[in-house]
Write a protein that binds this ligand. Sequence first.
Ligand SMILES: *Cc1c(COP(=O)(O)O)cnc(C)c1O
Length: 456
Amino acid sequence: MSHQTKYLLEESQLPKAWYNIQADLPKPLPPPLHPGTMQPLGPADLAPLFPMSLIQQEVSQEREIEIPEPVRDVLRLWRPSPLFRAHRLEKALGTPAKIFYKYEGVSPAGSHKPNTAIPQAFFNMTEGVKKLTTETGAGQWGTSLAFAGSLFGIDVTVFQVRVSYDQKPYRRAVMETYGARCIASPSMETNYGRSVLAARPDHPGSLGIAISEAVEIAATNDDTKYALGSVLNHVLMHQTITGIEAMQQMQMADCWPDVIVGCTGGGSNFAGIAFPFIGQGLRGGAKPRIVAVEPAACPSLTRGKYAYDFGDTAHMAPLTKMHTLGSTFTPPGFHAGGLRYHGMAPLVSHLKELGLLEATAYHQTECFAAGVAFARAEGIVPAPEANHAVKGAIEEALRCKREGRSEVILFNLCGHGHFDMAAYQAYFSGQLRDDHYDEAELAMALAGLPSVPEPA
Ligand SMILES: *Cc1c(COP(=O)(O)O)cnc(C)c1O
């Protein structure tokens, strides 16, 4: 039995390829649809928004896709990331379970997001793109793309959801430090933003609206492309570097996970840790349980409908088949800004439909309680999003205690909470409430799902 706490890989063990789960799917992913014609999209339809290399990755059926050397060179700034055994948390919980966590907060942006921001900026740069637009919720993705843009000489404009822009002023300062421009969304800079503000001048914004604004700028400017921080197949694939490293580290620990837990906003950090393990299971290997944890106030996987829906509010982005709350759904104001998206990644949704993963939802105060317990045992203050994964892992550990089982639990600690201390302050002063979404609004948003012709 090892009492080691930290499992570190050498720089030379940094993975050389990403894992593409599309190669191992028992049933192919339903195709994305064009927002105008509702017919399956071709690669050319995506060309105004994305560089061809990323479009090819989006549809690739190859199991492994090589990570270019200039990308690995940047990733080496903080990767391979550490895997920890949470001995003190286990003791605090009195559980016979072994809890491991992969820590992605060691990146310059403090989360897993640079794992995809770096390759996205790189592939855009190689195809001559000079400007990128994007959206951000809590600011993690905007920060990461700003950082990546500064390394590869690309101008980055970030539309930040208004409530987060006001709640987290320091995130904007970090984006500006990296040279990006950060605009509160809805804004006066786009036709769509102006139309939203005309209807409701104090609109708090949503990821769906911010995506529409960023897409509008990219679609109407030849020198500008768009980057998305989650949801898309290629984004999830870039994140698999986490799970591939974790497999090597679990081997070092002489353990293999029985349960893997991640929080899900758009699904990318969850896919990053889980997909390499799910793929191994699909190829005949071990099949750990896979648990996605989402906020009860924005529960796309547990309460959404599996249907074709628009990725954005203005219906400019393609439709994908996913678990969705409806593109007009605006969640109540809770603090895990990165988990506020109305839909779930098509790949994660597809795997849920195939019975290859489970989903649970928790309210924010119980997640903060879990995060605080984690910080007091392990030292790291998790991001509010990551608190959902911590809560999920603790629930599994407590189940092991009740059942007297010493299972191995692995979770993705996807980021630290150093920019989110206002949320912790609200929690400690008792001001954090568990707002429930409006059932009538959800019903309306779901009733408004587009009707799509059945594919032949
Ligand atoms: C963006 C973000 C998330 C949510 O996005 P996923 O694509 O679901 O990973 C979760 N945690 C942190 C720390 C984030 O920055």
